[in-house]
Design a protein around this ligand. Structure first.
Ligand code: AMP
Length: 616
């Protein structure tokens, strides 16, 4: 249920918060497109005796990556085929993707788009003469489901009037599971395995960012859909511009942290996304390229992307570089190539050419699995006969559950699913729905399972409120609240992390280049930071959230760099470069890279996993 806005300032944290304990069958952590998909779909399948709870750190109506709306839905299959969708994603992500997951998504995504339209989202339509009709005007051409023709920008994208996109989707989710089954403004900090059943998810703990309350929630099955990771690198927008980012600033890598900490296998965490955007404003460029057929020019006014030099450069990365549509990372690569040769800045022609062109620049790195990136968890594909055994994950009961991670009962969708990018908003919603059915099935198959946590109530409160207790113990020691020999504030830790990744971890400081030695340096720094996080201090609830967010970010970016370190090649030129391992090495690295954190031994294992081509 929504809580009122803060009357003034932040609520001071107290040493002993109220503790609320809950037990449900199905727990959904997150509130974005994927989680809303799960919440909406689950209602249809929920058994009369099953219970569900959705926990969002913000307010469902405006949370997640779609919070401020979108002008396009980037995945609508329509007249195309799911096979072709797989080929597009595979090409864009340099060959290494899970074709089972992408095909499966391609078969379901349009149904979510049809629902959005039914719920009131205006989708642009073509009239009989092929003219574009936006908003209400488009409605007279009938719905997409009834055969109305969308306004395509590229092959996969359709235009919408989407300022209220998230509100529309959230309303349907809320209505489906009911206000009383939603906890807003509650930040989940850790997941827990079962006390006695190995590798079985059993619950989560978190706190309210509006009240001094800790929540301990037991569950049989859990969805983690908390988006990707933003602000893990120093952003281009600093100082007064800080807070601007391409992806939502509140995406703190919680998806990856929460799952990894209980031992769920990650996949392709080396993949990142550094989108080319209008510089400093971060406005999307897709519609300019695709709808307006705009071109980018180098500083000399040349159309560099169409030049002979560019063609030659792209040939190095065949077959992807020479494909009909150049992969996103290689489009960046060409821009960076121009800039390094002294032919920057890169300008988008056509926005209002009679006035001034606008600069385009690749942003700081983001981690995500829903846009043109594919990091996330290794999950099970659907239990179909054409899907190889190595793409299916069997739970302890021997059954396969689509989109379940390698931890029994732990599911993910949207940004959480690895090796399957280009889902965007519609695909994330559809994937949340696909997982919902499996979660209900899992809870039903394990109806007699009684989750038990290994930690006591007091130990959990101590863990969640540790930064508050540290602050209250030592704050009086100094007059300046932020400076204290006994603790550190999350703001300072954020700058430390950003400086380290920016300079050593292939941030914008080095044109996204790193090397084995630089990676060694940054890994050591991150290990120190994790150690120092034990001394984080929070005076109010907002700061407590910042403490946990920075912990989640440090672990997430560490897993990213661990994967880059392991993969001794440069799979995604334009997203990152390894100076001592330039170019692609298909003979050794045409495979997935997976990693697993062992929660008992507190050790990481990074290893290769076979790629299997399923769609010709
Ligand atoms: P954006 O608005 O930049 O987030 O991109 C929206 C959609 O357009 C995504 O599906 C992108 O992969 C695609 N896209 C963006 N730029 C291009 C381009 N130059 N060529 C082909 N597809 C693009």
């Amino acid at each position: 249920m929504a809580l009122p806005n803060k009357p003034k300032g932040e609520l001071k944290a107290v040493k002993d918060p109220e503790v609320v304990e809950k037990e449900v069958d199905i727990l959904i952590v997150g509130g974005g497109m994927a989680a809303c998909g799960t919440a909406f779909e689950i209602k249809k399948w929920l058994q009369p005796d099953q219970t569900v709870l959705l926990v969002d750190k913000a307010a469902l109506e405006r949370s997640g990556a779609v919070a401020q709306g979108l002008s396009a839905i980037n995945t609508y299959i329509g007249e195309n085929s799911p096979d072709d969708y797989v080929r597009m994603v595979r090409n864009d992500l340099m060959g290494l993707v899970r074709e089972d997951l992408i095909f499966d998504l391609g078969c379901h995504v349009d149904d979510s788009v049809w629902l959005f339209e039914e719920w009131g989202l205006p989708i642009w339509k073509k009239d009989e003469a092929g003219k574009n009709l936006d908003g209400k005007k488009g409605q007279k051409m009938g719905t997409l489901k009834a055969g109305g023709k969308p306004v395509r920008t590229g092959k996969w994208q359709i235009m919408i009037n989407g300022e209220s996109y998230k509100r529309i989707v959230a309303e349907a989710a809320k209505k489906a599971i009911g206000d009383t089954n939603i906890l807003e403004r509650v930040f989940i900090v850790e997941l827990f395995l079962d006390k006695s059943k190995p590798n079985q998810i059993a619950g989560a703990a978190g706190f309210s960012v509006r009240e001094n309350k800790v929540y301990i929630i037991k569950c049989k099955t859990c969805m983690i859909a908390c988006g990707g990771a933003v602000n893990i690198y120093q952003p281009r927008s600093v100082g007064e511009g800080k807070g601007r980012a391409w992806y939502p600033v509140w995406n703190s890598g919680s998806t990856y942290y929460l799952g990894a900490k209980v031992g769920a296998e990650l996949s392709m965490m080396e993949n990142r996304f550094t989108p080319a955007r209008f510089k400093d404003g971060y406005g999307p460029v897709g519609a300019w390229f695709l709808l307006f057929k705009a071109k980018t020019l180098n500083g000399l006014g040349e159309n560099f992307a169409g030049s002979e030099a560019a063609k030659k450069e792209l040939q190095k990365y065949a077959p992807y570089g020479t494909a009909a549509v150049t992969p996103t990372c290689l489009r960046n690569h060409l821009m960076l190539f121009e800039m390094k040769e002294g032919r920057g800045p890169i300008m988008m022609e056509n926005t209002e050419p009679e006035k001034k062109n606008s600069e385009v620049m690749p942003t700081e790195p983001y981690l995500l699995g829903s846009h043109s990136g594919c990091c996330g968890f290794w999950v099970s594909g659907p239990d179909l006969d054409w899907i190889p055994a190595s793409y299916k994950i069997k739970a302890a009961n021997g059954k396969v559950y689509n989109r379940m991670t390698t931890v029994d009962g732990l599911f993910t969708s949207g940004d959480g699913v690895g090796c399957s990018g280009h889902k965007f908003s519609s695909g994330s919603h559809a994937e949340g729905r696909m997982a919902a059915k499996q979660m209900v099935r899992y809870a039903k198959d394990n109806a007699s399972f009684k989750p038990e946590l290994a930690m006591t109530k007091d130990q959990i409160v101590d863990l969640v409120y540790k930064p508050v207790r540290t602050y209250l113990q030592f704050a009086a020691y100094t007059t300046a609240d932020d400076i204290n020999p006994n603790y550190m504030k999350p703001n300072g830790m954020m700058y430390r992390m950003m400086k380290a990744t920016h300079e050593y971890g292939a941030g914008t400081a080095t044109y996204y280049q790193t090397s084995s030695k630089n990676l060694e340096v940054v890994m050591e720094m991150l290990a120190w930071m994790r150690e120092d996080c034990e001394k984080l201090a929070a005076g109010d609830l907002h700061e407590l959230m910042r403490c946990w967010e920075i912990i989640h970010r440090i672990w997430t970016v560490e897993s990213h760099l661990r994967h880059i370190q392991f993969r001794k090649e440069t799979r995604y030129p334009g997203f990152y470069y390894q100076a001592d391992h330039p170019g692609q090495d298909d003979a050794n690295w045409f495979c997935f890279v997976n990693s697993k954190y062992d929660p008992k031994a507190a050790k990481w294992d990074v290893f290769k996993k076979d790629y299997i081509k399923l769609i010709p």
